[in-house]
Design a protein around this ligand. Structure first.
Ligand SMILES: C[S@@+](CC[C@H](N)C(=O)[O-])C[C@H]1O[C@@H](n2cnc3c(N)ncnc32)[C@H](O)[C@@H]1O
Length: 388
C-alpha cells in the first residue's frame, strides 16, 4: 500500500489533489482510496502513483510505502517477524551497501521504549540483509533508505518513507515570519477553497512571508515540490531508481493576476526575497502597505480589475487567542475591516479565510459555503469560504 499522511482532516484535500495530478501525469484508472482515518489515505501500491505523489503532491506531510504489519507486541517477536519477512521476501528495495535509518512513531502504548523498538528494528533489518548476502549501514544523518515504524500495542506497521523527510519543506521559502503557515496547510486551503486558476484571480491581503501565493503558483502550474539539487530518498532504490527524474511543470501556462499585500516592513522584505528565490515563471504583484488603503486603482493600476477572483487569507489571530485568553478588540476591528474591504472589491470575489471560527462567523455570517475545522499547529481554527 502507498499511504499519504497529512495533518488532521487532510484526507479530502489529499484525495482531490492526487486525482488531479494522476489524471494529468499518469492517466488511466486511479484505484479507490481507502480513508483510514482523517489523515491517512491509502492506495494499492503503484510505483508511478507513489513517485508522482512524493514529487508533486503539496498537501501531504509524508508519502510512505507500507511494507508489512505484525501483531508482535514484544521486542523479541518483533525482531523475528521483521527478520523472517525480509529474508523470505527478498524485497526489491533492499540494495547492497545502502545507508539507512529507522524512525519510530506513536510507540506510546507499545510495551517498550521507542529507543528499544528502534534498536530491535535496526538489528532485524541488518541481520536479514546479511542473511541475504547484503550489507546495510546505519546512517541517520545521510540515509538512502528511511524506515518508519508505527508501533502500537496490537500492531506494528513497518513502512519506507519515500521522501525521507517531511514534505512541507519546498526548499524555496528561506525566510519565514513568526506566524507563517505550513506549506502543506496552505496547499490544502487552496484545494478546499476550490480555487480555479484558469478563471479566478488570487489576492492575499495579509501575505506574511508568502506561503499562500507561492503554493498557489506551485499548485496551479503543477511544479515539483523538490528543488533541483535535492531528490527524494526513494530515488536510491527500485522501482523508483529507474523512474525519470526530470521536473516538468504538469500544468504549464499563463496564470490569472496574483496579488500579495503585506504591511510589516521586515516581513515584506522576506516576502520579496522568497518570491525572487522561487524563480517563478509568472509574476506576483507585491504591494507594501495596509490592505485597507488599497482599492481597485492601487491593486490593478492602469488596467481593469479582474472580473472574478478569490481573496485567500490567513490573518493574525492575536496573541491572546494563541495563549487561550480570548480575542483582542483590535482583532475584531481588523476582521470587520477585512469583510468590508472584500465586499467592496469590484467583481465576483469569493473569500477563503483561516482563523478563529466563532469570531469570524459572528462577523462574516453563518452562511459559509465551507466551514471546515482545521489545525494550524496547535491552534484549532476554521477554514471558511464565502461568496458575496
Ligand atoms: C498570520 S500572518 C500571515 C502568514 C502567512 N500566511 C505566511 O504563511 O507567511 C498575518 C500577516 O498579516 C500582516 N498584516 C496584519 N495587518 C495587516 C494589514 N492591515 N494590511 C496588510 N497586512 C497586514 C501581518 O504583518 C502578518 O505578516
Amino acid at each position: 500500500m502507498i499511504r499519504l499522511i497529512g495533518s488532521g482532516g487532510a484526507n479530502r484535500a489529499m484525495e482531490v489533489e492526487v486525482k488531479r495530478l494522476s489524471k494529468r501525469a499518469i492517466g488511466g484508472h486511479l484505484p479507490k482510496a481507502h480513508r483510514k482515518d482523517g489523515q491517512n489515505l491509502r492506495y494499492p501500491f503503484d510505483s508511478s502513483l507513489a513517485w508522482l505523489a512524493v514529487r508533486y503532491a503539496r498537501t501531504p506531510s509524508r508519502v510512505v510505502w507500507d511494507l508489512f504489519e505484525t501483531t508482535a507486541s514484544r521486542l523479541e517477536p518483533l525482531y523475528d517477524a521483521i527478520f523472517s519477512h525480509i529474508s523470505a521476501s527478498k524485497p526489491t528495495w533492499l540494495v547492497d551497501k545502502l545507508r539507512f535509518t529507522v524512525e519510530v512513531n506513536h510507540a506510546h502504548d507499545f510495551p517498550a521504549s521507542p529507543l528499544q523498538v528502534r534498536g530491535t528494528v535496526k538489528n532485524a533489518i541488518v541481520d536479514a540483509a546479511s542473511h541475504l548476502g547484503l550489507s546495510l549501514s546505519l546512517d541517520p544523518k545521510h540515509p538512502q533508505l528511511v524506515f518508519r515504524v508505527e508501533a502500537n500495542a496490537d500492531r506494528t506497521l513497518i513502512s519506507l518513507d519515500l521522501a525521507g523527510r517531511s514534505l512541507h519543506r519546498r526548499g524555496q521559502r528561506t525566510w519565514t515570519s513568526e506566524a507563517s503557515l505550513k506549506e502543506t496547510l496552505a496547499a490544502q486551503m487552496l484545494i478546499l477553497a476550490r480555487w480555479d486558476p484558469r478563471s479566478e484571480a488570487l489576492l492575499d491581503p495579509m501575505t506574511g512571508a508568502g506561503t499562500l501565493v507561492l503554493e498557489a503558483v506551485g499548485s496551479a502550474q503543477g511544479r515539483a515540490t523538490w528543488p533541483p539539487d535535492e531528490q527524494p530518498v526513494a530515488s536510491n532504490f527500485p522501482p523508483f531508481a529507474e523512474l525519470t527524474l526530470d521536473r516538468p511543470d504538469l500544468f504549464p501556462g499563463e496564470l490569472p493576476p496574483l496579488t500579495a499585500i503585506e504591511v510589516h516592513t521586515p516581513t515584506y522584505r522576506s516576502l520579496e526575497r522568497n518570491i525572487k528565490n522561487a524563480e517563478l515563471a509568472t509574476d506576483i504583484r507585491l504591494l507594501h502597505g495596509d490592505f485597507r488603503d488599497m482599492r481597485s486603482d492601487q491593486l490593478w493600476p492602469g488596467q481593469s480589475p479582474p472580473s472574478r477572483g478569490l481573496v485567500i487569507v490567513n490573518p493574525p489571530y492575536g496573541e491572546r487567542l494563541e495563549q487561550g485568553r480570548g480575542y483582542a478588540p483590535e482583532l475584531e476591528e481588523l476582521y470587520v475591516d477585512l469583510r468590508d474591504w472584500w465586499l467592496e472589491l469590484d467583481g465576483e470575489w469569493r473569500l477563503a479565510i483561516l482563523g478563529p471560527g466563532r469570531l469570524l462567523k459572528s462577523i462574516l455570517g453563518h452562511q459559509a459555503q465551507l466551514d471546515k475545522p482545521m489545525k494550524n499547529g496547535p491552534l484549532s481554527v476554521s477554514l471558511l469560504v464565502y461568496s458575496k
